[in-house]
Design a protein around this ligand. Structure first.
Ligand code: PAF
Length: 274
């Protein structure tokens, strides 16, 4: 596995690789990331992963400094997963002092995470566009755990005519249903025990909505389930799967999405509604 820490090293390493499959990450890798790498590998192209904790996607009171970092552990996992090249840029490489361009996002970025974290998706879109420009992959793999992020990036790629195929990868879960996330390690033991209630509430609500129960009452009950489990729900919503606009009644394509605070950790999850 090659490691590039400068643009010169990256350009030298990618020159002879041909079409590549790209897995962007912020490190602190877990089995969810490994499922992205496995999907990328299965596509048959050489795999490039990046590790960059992107300051632009953290709000002023968020956990940029506390975000878990484990470069040695990440590199060992990437090597074992058959990754061909790792891109490890530093902040000045991604955001030189003269930077004057960012990507403005609206549409699917507007509500939910976009409302709770107003600068988040502009930061994500900007760094992903830069990474695409540096690596020029044929395909890029994103986890459906961040469902809204996948929609924002897919829209950006379509709107800016970027020559990359976005491949969404299903959510990897612990045996009890909790969606894997780098921030799960911050859950205290009683919080970790309560955390699967988010997936349980979503699967129950999805079943009820699919069976024809009233959407507003079902979402209300799901929020109640989360509160009973000790969470502070931010939103539980039935949305159009791609525009992220709320749906008052079931219409396909639909997705049930939720965010809730458990202790200091903001949990996200989503499920399809058949
Ligand atoms: O999903 C993530 O880990 C990040 O948002 C991403 C796509 C690597 C951009 O920093």
């Amino acid at each position: 596995m090659k490691i590039a820490r400068t643009l010169t090293e990256l350009q030298a390493a990618t020159k002879t690789m041909g079409d590549t499959a790209f897995v962007p990450t912020m490190g602190a890798l877990h089995s969810g990331h490994l499922s992205l790498l496995a999907a990328a590998k299965a596509g048959g192209r050489p795999v490039v992963a990046s590790i960059f904790v992107n300051p632009a996607q953290f709000g002023p009171n968020e956990d940029y400094n506390r975000y878990p970092r484990d470069e040695a552990g990440d590199l060992a996992q990437l090597e074992a997963s058959g990754c061909d090249l790792v891109w490890l840029p530093d902040v000045p490489t991604m955001y030189p002092a003269h930077t004057a361009t960012t990507i403005h996002v609206s549409g699917p970025a507007t509500r939910w995470e976009g409302a709770a974290r107003p600068t988040h998706f502009a930061g994500v879109a900007t760094v992903v566009a830069k990474l695409f420009g540096q690596i020029r992959p044929a395909a890029a793999y994103f986890g459906e755990k961040d469902w809204q992020q996948v929609q924002v990036i897919s829209r950006m790629v379509e709107d800016l005519l970027l020559p990359v195929k976005i491949v969404p990868v299903p959510i990897a879960r612990d045996a009890d249903g909790l969606a894997l996330s780098s921030r799960n390690r911050f859950l205290l033991p009683p919080e970790r025990a309560a955390a699967p209630a988010l997936y349980a509430a979503l699967t129950k609500a999805a079943k009820h909505i699919a069976a024809g129960k009233e959407v507003a009452a079902t979402l209300h009950n799901a929020r109640h389930d989360l509160a009973v489990a000790g969470m502070v729900p931010d939103y539980v919503a039935l949305v159009h799967a791609h525009s992220l606009e709320p749906l008052a009644a079931l219409a396909q394509p639909a997705r049930l999405i939720a965010a809730a605070k458990l202790g200091h950790v903001r949990l996200l999850d989503n499920v399809p509604v058949a």
